[in-house]
Design a protein around this ligand. Structure first.
Ligand code: ATP
Ligand code: MG
Length: 475
């Protein structure tokens, strides 16, 4: 499965991503099997593998024996740290609580990227946080989080340390696992180190201590940042069974941040892919959109197809891509379309969700509708199981239904009455993607676009970042 196109030279070549495969000489670990839960005897020993420059710094790290904490002197560029998030941390600390920047923002800053948002983890309980910040609202029923609100819709999420509710023992042999590892609620408060270990990947479990300008590492996230490797905290098969959405998250981080996936982790993703059918479907839908919104849909969809998650979640699309002969190069056109989406996203921010979803399913939808007299019911028959399987919201499904009827007419120069409907611009965007993916000219459509948007001939620049943003549903 992994070498799909080595065995079939007709299929499109994989994205040019050498780091998707972790080289054998990059850290193979002496990690304990349940590294997430054990103390870490090996980290000092591992330092030299990441080069002389790092080792000196790492040897300066302080180890806390009770929890396996390693502190790295790794000051992050202060100018890149959001000032409001820093103020939240400082106020919590002044009130006597522990508080750190955590998760994606620390990871992105260490990798040299621009964080999408800044999250804070603290020993303070949600009510403590509320009493410290006037501009604060508590969200979530089962697990309560504090959102501290700033101007322009910016939200700093402040979460109390919590721990993984499942208590797993032993070495986590995947074959012996019972079926019910799936985490359904995770509302147990804990300590800082427990909060690190309940996270999904080591690179996502780093905390930043603003005061001491140190990165706190309980599970080997720092060496994985340096090796640009995605590795689960603890036994991969267990962690993917607990929450199969993590499979899609691994794909997202690999694609977006150009990271390699540890081979054992990759194998566990493949081995656990059918678990995706058990995950909460709205989370799946949201995660598919996230794969496409950040300029890495091509790599994401390629990985998803290659490792078999697509066959579980979107079998219509996966089968279409598999059958390159019958579709006369359909997979080539599909991946070209994904590449075009990424180019547009990089140039002007995330495309509308409706455009992304229509573009994603357009080719198999077009195939399903081919030669059918009743186009509307052919499209409905195609979409119904999709809506059900990935909880596609009706609003989006309805838009797709209307757009797939409009696109062939737009391409044929017969957009007529559609030009005045609210879906005309998204339909035009899909039509452009479809034509360009076939290597055909889009100049006629550009004329239509100018007519539809007389005041601005080009597309409105879109926001690339969702910070400030509305925060989505979180686990
Ligand atoms: P992004 O840049 O896409 O926001 P992120 O890493 O910040 O990436 P979030 O979904 O915002 O991802 O989650 C914040 C943090 O919460 C993660 O960094 C990770 O530590 C933890 N987390 C999120 N989802 C999970 C999960 N399914 N299992 C365990 N930990 C998770
Ligand atoms: Mg985030």
């Amino acid at each position: 499965m992994r070498r799909r196109n080595a065995s079939n030279p007709d299929l499109p070549s994989p994205p040019d991503l050498p780091s998707f495969t972790v080289a054998a000489d990059v850290e193979t670990s002496e990690r304990p099997a349940r590294s997430g839960r054990s103390h870490h005897p090996s980290h000092h020993g591992e330092d030299n593998r990441h080069g002389a420059k790092r080792s000196e710094r790492d040897h300066d790290g302080e180890r806390h024996d009770a929890t396996g904490l390693l502190r790295h002197d790794a000051p992050l560029d202060e100018a890149s740290i959001d000032a409001d998030a820093a103020r939240v941390v400082q106020r919590l600390e002044r009130a006597g609580f522990q508080a750190y920047l955590v998760g994606g923002c620390v990871r992105d800053l260490l990798l040299g990227g621009r964080p999408k948002d800044f999250d804070v983890a603290t020993s303070a309980r949600p009510d403590d946080v509320r009493s410290l910040f006037r501009n604060c609202r508590i969200i979530g029923r089962r697990f309560r989080l504090a959102h501290v609100l700033f101007g322009g819709g910016k939200v700093v999420e402040v979460a109390t340390f919590r721990r993984n509710p499942t208590s797993l023992s032993g070495d986590g042999d995947a074959e012996d696992l019972d079926d019910d590892l799936l985490i359904r609620s995770d509302n147990v408060f804990g300590e800082a180190h427990e909060d690190a270990l309940r996270r999904d990947f080591t690179i996502n479990a780093l905390f930043y201590d603003l005061d001491r300008r140190q990165v706190l590492d309980w599970c080997g996230g720092m060496p994985d940042i340096q090796a640009k490797t995605i590795r689960t905290i603890g036994e991969p098969a267990v962690r993917f069974r607990e929450d199969p959405v993590r499979i899609l998250r691994a794909i997202k981080f690999a694609a977006r941040l150009d990271l390699g996936i540890d081979p054992a982790v990759y194998d566990a993703m493949v081995g656990s892919r059918f678990e995706l059918a058990r995950a909460a479907r709205p989370r799946i839908f949201e995660e598919i959109l996230r794969l496409m919104r950040m300029g890495s849909s091509h790599r994401s969809m390629w990985l998803m197809w290659e490792m078999g998650a697509m066959a579980v979640l979107m079998p219509e699309l996966s089968a279409f891509l598999d059958d390159d002969e019958a579709t006369a190069g359909g997979s080539f056109r599909f991946f070209k379309k994904m590449r075009l989406i990424d180019e547009r996203t990089r140039a002007g921010g995330a495309l509308d969700d409706i455009v992304l979803m229509t573009a994603l399913f357009y080719d198999p939808l077009e195939e399903a509708a081919q030669g059918m007299r009743d186009l509307v019911s052919a499209v409905n028959d195609f979409l119904e199981p999709v809506i059900d399987r990935i909880a596609m919201p009706r609003r989006i499904a309805d838009a797709i239904r209307r757009i797939v009827v409009m696109v062939p007419r737009i391409i044929a120069g017969r957009s007529g009455r559609f030009t005045r409907t609210e879906l005309f611009l998204p339909a035009l965007e899909v039509a452009e993607l479809v034509l360009a993916s076939r290597g055909e000219s889009t100049s006629a459509l550009e004329v239509l676009r100018r007519e539809a948007m007389p005041t601005s001939a080009t597309r409105e620049p879109r926001r690339t970042s969702s910070f400030p943003r509305q925060r989505g549903v979180r686990r």
